[in-house]
Design a protein around this ligand. Structure first.
Ligand SMILES: Nc1ncnc2c1ncn2[C@@H]1O[C@H](COP(=O)(O)OP(=O)(O)OP(=O)(O)O)[C@@H](O)[C@H]1O
Ligand SMILES: [Mg+2]
Length: 228
């Protein structure tokens, strides 16, 4: 589903990613780990075209994301759910309306919106909080709303950049479990995190970035991997 071929990214003179190669199959859950500045966020931004790679190819379902024209980017993002460390919920909208926002923008009928938002809220266990506002929810609950919002349009790919960066270990495990359940439904899930301990427990595939280089991929090698 996703293929990085000799991908490099420069920000001016700074080499953020250095000749990255890997493939991810549909329905996989993959963790991206590595120290601060290793290039995790950059890798994810290239996928949703917040940034553009300097060299190489990034294929999503055989379409080269790096060569998409600006007017095609909204269509690209419609087929992915993006989850952020700081949740990025709209503070003046209810939980329901936060999740419905993208669907309303697409002109989906109100009947269909009710059905889909309720389904997404049910999946993250927050159906009874639909009318609450973001500041009435705990951090973990807000991130569950972030997940509901990411999956409500049924995207084939979910990208989560440090989704548990603001959460305690117990809540982080809940969030990773939810993301795992999303992947078990057939969605490809890519998650970056600093939390090596939790990653170890999950026994999923791990890509290790260091200084812009892919230094380990547990799918290809179990040798000398500090995180597996
Ligand atoms: N917009 C930018 N302009 C210039 N340099 C940037 C920009 N964004 C990132 N960088 C640099 O690229 C490198 C990789 O940054 P990136 O944010 O991808 O790392 P990260 O692994 O996500 O780090 P963290 O764990 O702290 O979030 C760093 O050296 C960073 O300073
Ligand atoms: Mg980052």
């Amino acid at each position: 589903m996703i293929k990085f071929k000799n991908v490099s990214k420069f920000y001016g003179p700074i080499k953020a990613l250095d000749n990255i190669n890997f493939e991810i199959e549909a329905g996989e859950m993959v963790f991206i780990v590595g120290p601060s500045g290793a290039g995790k966020s950059t890798l994810m931004k290239l996928l949703y075209r917040e940034e553009r790679n300097t060299h190489g190819q990034i294929l999503i379902n055989n379409i080269d994301v790096s060569s998409l024209s600006e007017d095609k980017i909204p269509y690209l993002r419609r087929r992915m759910g993006i989850i952020f460390q700081d949740f990025k919920l709209l503070p003046n909208k209810s939980i329901f309306d936060n999740i419905a926002y993208g669907l309303r923008g697409l002109g989906v009928s109100e009947f269909e919106i009710q059905k889909r938002v309720a389904g997404a809220l049910n999946l993250v266990g927050l159906l009874e909080r639909a009318e609450a506002f973001p500041d009435e929810l705990s951090g973990g609950e807000q991130q569950r709303v972030g997940i509901a919002r990411a999956i409500v349009q049924g995207p084939p790919l979910v990208i989560a950049d440090e989704p548990t960066g603001n959460l305690d270990p117990k809540t982080s495990i809940e969030i990773f479990n939810l993301l795992k359940s999303v992947s078990l439904r057939g969605t490809t899930v890519i998650v970056s995190t600093h939390n090596h301990k939790i990653v170890k427990e999950f026994k999923e595939r791990v890509l290790v970035l260091e200084d812009g280089k892919l230094v380990n991929d547990t799918l290809l090698s179990a040798v000398s991997n500090p995180y597996a």
